[in-house]
Design a protein around this ligand. Structure first.
Ligand SMILES: Cc1cc2nc3c(=O)[nH]c(=O)nc-3n(C[C@H](O)[C@H](O)[C@H](O)COP(=O)(O)OP(=O)(O)OC[C@H]3O[C@@H](n4cnc5c(N)ncnc54)[C@H](O)[C@@H]3O)c2cc1C
Length: 268
């Protein structure tokens, strides 16, 4: 075992102060960070537990925006009447994460900061056109995911909340890894205030928008047939022991069509 400092601040200012120490890491649900520490992939000098920071958890709807606090657990998003009413696809996404223990501990802020290439929320953020709000600025989701387990967050920058514009219709579908339930491929489509969006996870080093599909849906209408013949280049897709690049590319096309059908029929 190696030693590290442990802080449990009660407010945002205290969290920012504690997080400013070199190599300090915020601790949210611990579902990824603690595993990484056990494997020595991460060796922080200090853990800044966000569990007691006031105001970081909670869900509000203001006008056409759904705001979810960074420390909101996946189970709370899945069960929220506000989320189910405004963006049912997001409630379904949260409900499909891991197992009950993971959903009761894991948080939306931790999931986004972690930028796991197979995580569900990154596809949701991109597919729904969300904005990540930190203690320093607002970062458009489109600029947030920058690489494998990498984001636009600066050292010590704390996610406070995520703001989702409420779409006319949306759906999230994933092909689960049978053991972990992470996404072999996950696709979030929406038809919202900014137009049609398609966010994809599980396929490259970080989640991305499938802009060719967005253009096809904008041109041909929000229907699965508008995507006929469209596919990702498998040469640009991850392959591993769980699924070849060709298989993943085919799954993206299939799931995107099914997600469009589901979103269109749910809104009809
Ligand atoms: C068995 C298992 C199955 C899973 N299945 C899925 C799945 O199907 N789909 C899916 O999407 N995910 C899945 N996950 C991941 C899980 O959903 C968690 O969301 C994820 O592990 C990170 O969230 P956390 O709150 O536990 O963050 P932590 O592990 O506490 O932190 C993760 C990282 O985020 C940083 N961080 C945390 N909060 C903040 C913040 N507010 N601001 C800035 N940085 C922050 C931490 O410093 C750390 O670097 C699974 C995990 C496990 C263990």
């Amino acid at each position: 075992m190696y030693t590290f400092d442990y802080q449990r601040p009660a407010d945002l200012a205290g969290a920012a102060r504690a997080g400013a120490v070199a190599d300090a890491r915020f601790l949210a649900g611990g579902q990824s960070l603690v595993q990484a520490m056990k494997l020595r992939l991460s060796q922080p000098s200090a853990l800044v537990d966000l569990g007691a920071v006031a105001g970081l958890a909670g869900i509000t709807v203001t006008g056409a925006t759904l705001r979810i606090g960074a420390m909101t657990r996946h189970s709370a998003v899945a069960a929220s009447a506000d989320v189910r009413r405004t963006i049912p696809a997001l409630a379904a996404l949260a409900e499909g994460i891991g197992d009950p223990m993971v959903r009761n501990a894991g948080t939306i802020g931790g999931s986004l900061a972690n930028s796991d290439p197979a995580a569900c929320y990154p596809a949701g953020v991109l597919g729904l056109g969300a904005t990540v709000v930190t203690d320093r600025r607002s970062i458009p989701g489109d600029a947030f995911f920058t690489g494998l387990f990498e984001t636009a967050l600066q050292a010590g920058e704390l996610i406070v909340a995520v703001e989702f514009p409420i779409p006319k219709r949306a759906a999230y579908l994933k092909f689960k890894h049978p053991a972990s339930r992470f996404a072999l491929v996950g696709v979030c489509v929406s038809d919202g205030p900014g137009g049609v969006r398609v966010g994809v996870t599980g396929v490259k080093s970080n989640a991305f928008r499938w802009t060719a599909a967005e253009a096809a849906l904008a041109r041909g209408g929000f229907r699965a047939a508008a995507l006929d013949g469209l596919a990702l280049d498998a040469g640009d897709v991850n392959g591993d022991l769980h699924a070849s690049a060709e298989y993943r590319a085919a799954l993206v096309a299939t799931l995107t069509k099914r997600a469009v059908e589901q979103a269109a029929s749910a809104a009809a």
